[in-house]
Design a protein around this ligand. Sequence first.
Ligand SMILES: NC(=O)C1=CN([C@@H]2O[C@H](COP(=O)(O)OP(=O)(O)OC[C@H]3O[C@@H](n4cnc5c(N)ncnc54)[C@H](O)[C@@H]3O)[C@@H](O)[C@H]2O)C=CC1
Ligand SMILES: O=C(O)C(=O)COP(=O)(O)O
Length: 527
Amino acid sequence: MPKVLVSDKLSPRAVEIFQARGIEVDVKTGLKPDELKAIIGAYDGLAIRSATKVTQEILDAATNLKVVGRAGIGVDNVDVPYASQKGVVVMNTPFGNAITTAEHAIAMMFALAREIPQANASTHAGKWEKSKFMGVELTGKTLGIIGCGNIGSIVATRGLGLRMKVIAFDPFLTPERAVDLGVEKVELNDLIARADFVSLHTPLTDKTRGILNADAIARMKKGARIINCARGGLIDEAALKAALESGHIAGAALDVFEQEPAKDNPLFGMDTVVCTPHLGASTSEAQENVALQVAEQISDFLLTGAVTNALNMPSVTAEEAPRLRPFMKLCDQLGSFAGQITETGLKSVRIEYQGAVADLNTRPLTATVLRGLLSPLLESVNMVSAPLAARDRGIEVLETKTETCRDYHSLIKLEVTTERQTRSVEGTLFGDALPRIVDINGIGVEAELGANMLYLINEDKPGFIGSLGTTIGNAGVNIASFHLGRADTEAGGQAICLVQVDGPVPDEALAAVSALPHVVQAKALSF
Ligand SMILES: NC(=O)C1=CN([C@@H]2O[C@H](COP(=O)(O)OP(=O)(O)OC[C@H]3O[C@@H](n4cnc5c(N)ncnc54)[C@H](O)[C@@H]3O)[C@@H](O)[C@H]2O)C=CC1
Ligand SMILES: O=C(O)C(=O)COP(=O)(O)O
């Protein structure tokens, strides 16, 4: 039974779902990094929010971990590249808390415009300072949205509903989408110069860190206000403090901080600053949504192999997963076969899906071929990291699909080009489930790959098979099955042998086989 750890505060719905799906679940919140490190090895899945930091150290200790599920959106607390290297799928719930967070940004804008928190505190204190608090009206003001994705676009529509003029900066916002939303797409400098309210809604990345730095803040309109319900690192807090002190910026509403939990921050105590403790996603509706979604996603993955909302893996639906599984096995064998016989640097890989398999979701299949192919060549590679490893090494990966297939219901052809040559291997499924190699370098065979194989290219000469059998037998290696194929119908051309043997092929046996007359190449393979 798979085991999941919930290490941040999630709605109890998550635990109910894990249990109902037959997954063992422990809830341990508030763990220190060392405490998490000590126990993480026991778990197949980890469900988190923003408090748990999934660092390299944690991932190194997570020897059984297969999936991290973030009940929420931002994954800047997870080392996603390292998780990919380790083969850990990282998922989030991209929509579950978007409306709630957008509403928090709007609430923060109102709080800023009318100084509600300050007026609330003053009134509770019995001061009745009616003349102290003079607000600004939102209608007709310009709202500048930086990052117009899920949350930013909800904020935009709410802003338009308040009769604000909405402008947005987002390099990935298409002009059509901007028209649909009713926002004006602008450049960052333009937005900064024009907005009365700037609301941030980008992820925290190397590109967005400090997007509102001292220079950007200096170029904002005098008396503008800033709302940040995205991530702390987007604003240079020291620069913001200086701009608030000078009166250049009239106010800032911050839900997120450079350092969290934020117990001590230079902006605390300023009467122009409204703060909440990272409450953007904190409504019962949003927390129910994200807990339910993350628990279903983690369960689906651990129980069926379905992948939803993963940041480092192609999606696979629960319906697709069982159909893909036998093809994945075949892809793994094709990739591994090609990887084990490859001796020089890989330049390109072409995977051709023919027949019924061409209609399936082939991205996970391609990832599996690449894992098989790169496994013999790289220290540690998995389905998550293989496409990245191929890209980083400049290996061109080409995928083609044809609906027709001459002899089979489905056929997968892998063609690998190295510095020296191009090789190909083709496979199919027998009975929709059993992988079979049906062609190697254009030579037809029909071979099932066992755990240990001997692969030979030889000149097709009389007596060769006999001497091969004797040589292997003399080395104490038992043959389980023997598959032959040759290039030409006439004897004398190139032939291949795929011999399944009981146990690994000893080095001496391989050397003896390699030394036989007519052998062009001999390789011991394992699957
Ligand atoms: N305060 C809170 O509790 C919450 C905070 N968040 C934060 O909000 C962020 C946004 O969430 P979503 O809208 O769901 O994400 P999203 O991925 O739908 O939208 C982000 C947008 O930012 C844009 N973007 C990326 N780089 C940019 C750049 N350099 N300049 C301008 N735009 C850029 C993207 O094109 C995308 O459209 C999350 O990454 C998360 O950090 C999310 C939920 C709750
Ligand atoms: O979903 C997000 O990105 C959030 O920032 C919400 O964070 P939380 O789950 O409330 O710790």
